[in-house]
Design a protein around this ligand. Structure first.
Ligand SMILES: [Zn+2]
Length: 365
């Protein structure tokens, strides 16, 4: 019986690079992305995430790669020279990039390392890995020449432009589920029909950065390629998942991207000190699991950027559940009231308005 099972597992084992189909990038310097004692962005999150994956026996499912820093050229594909120089100068002494974003000494190097992690993930996907994770990625508030919201360089955009330039990829899907609107990514790609940029976020009237209205669906040739769905405070997991299932799968199926960049921020969890969407642990398993499925059915290249999460204990549990979803591992954490539909009526109304606005460009059946 044992022999029989072994034989089957050998036959079924796909031929992929090395032993793994999943990879993760990590560098000890990641933990220096620390914006100070009283700041919500705590530096040791990547280390704690890796420790949790090790403790739960999931790290062995991943090949671990050490990222390198992005170059000036990589940054210049997205950011203005003057902005890059501003970060470099601030980084020498330390200072403030924006009211909510202190720039600690050395941040120029660390932000380049974080963006390098996302870029390395993309390279590995093109070598045959099906899913790559960057625990310090998803800095979606950084725009061409300015930023706030704890972000310095937009690794989503630097990765997309690197892939376009170096590997000639044509179509990029961004699924940004962080609780904050991905305003930096939106500014960069507002006119660009090659990047289908979707952001689900807490309503801008109740949360930073205040943008991301349903009506904003892109401009010029990019019309129909920016998708924003705001959620009211206390949305709850059940209502959120209804919206996800109605909007995300049809878009991925019709757009047929070459790669999917999934900003899997967990600041939507009910314990997060900055926001109020009230999702449960189960949501992160389900969303990641569904994204894995959607990637497999389309381009089979899923780049997962762990994004925000500001409760230093529960965010690690949420990331763990995200990883369980990516691996289809049923040992994910559960908590009570997993499928609340607190704001179902409002969410359903927003979803139908969004579908109507997008109906010229996409089919939702
Ligand atoms: Zn966030």
């Amino acid at each position: 019986m044992v022999f029989y099972q072994l034989t089957i597992s050998l036959i079924l084992k796909p031929s992929m690079p090395g032993e793994h189909m999943h990879g993760i990038v990590y560098h000890e310097d990641y933990n220096k992305y620390d914006l100070g004692m009283d700041h919500p962005l705590v530096g040791d999150k990547p280390k704690k995430t890796m420790e949790q994956l090790e403790l739960k026996g999931l790290l062995k499912e991943f090949e671990v790669f050490k990222p390198r820093k992005v170059t000036q050229k990589d940054l210049e594909r997205v950011h203005s020279k003057s902005y890059i120089e501003k970060i470099r100068t601030l980084s020498k002494t330390g200072g403030m990039l924006a009211k909510d974003t202190p720039a600690p000494k050395g941040i120029y190097e660390i932000a380049r390392l974080s963006a390098g992690g996302s870029m390395l993930c993309a390279e590995k996907l093109l070598e045959g890995f099906k899913c790559m994770c960057n625990p310090l990625g998803g800095f979606h508030h950084a725009s061409i020449g300015n930023s706030s919201g704890f972000c310095f360089f937009n690794d989503i955009a630097t990765t997309i432009e690197y892939l376009r330039d170096t590997y000639n990829l044509k179509k990029f899907m961004v699924v940004d589920l962080d609780v904050h609107h991905g305003n930096g990514t939106q500014d960069i790609y507002l006119y660009d029909p090659t990047v289908l940029n979707l952001s689900f976020h807490q309503d801008g009237r109740t949360l930073y950065p205040g943008t991301g209205k349903i009506e904003n669906i892109g401009k010029g040739e990019g019309k129909g390629f920016t998708v924003n769905l705001p959620f009211p405070p206390s949305t709850g997991t059940g209502s959120y998942l209804i919206a996800f299932n109605q909007i995300v799968p049809p878009l991925i199926k019709q757009f047929k991207p070459d790669i999917i960049l999934f900003q899997s921020g967990v600041d939507t969890h009910h314990s997060d000190p900055l926001s109020d969407l009230d999702l449960t642990y189960q949501a992160f398993f389900y969303l990641a699991n569904k994204m894995k499925e959607l990637s497999e059915e389309s381009c089979d290249k899923l780049l997962v950027l762990f994004g925000g999460g500001y409760n230093s204990d529960s965010s690690i549990s949420c990331y763990y559940n995200t990883v369980c979803g990516l691996l289809d591992n049923q040992n994910y954490l559960r908590e009570k009231d997993p499928m609340s539909h607190y704001k179902a009526e409002v969410v359903i109304e927003y979803v139908s308005r969004l579908k109507e606005l997008l109906s010229v460009y996409w089919n939702f059946e």
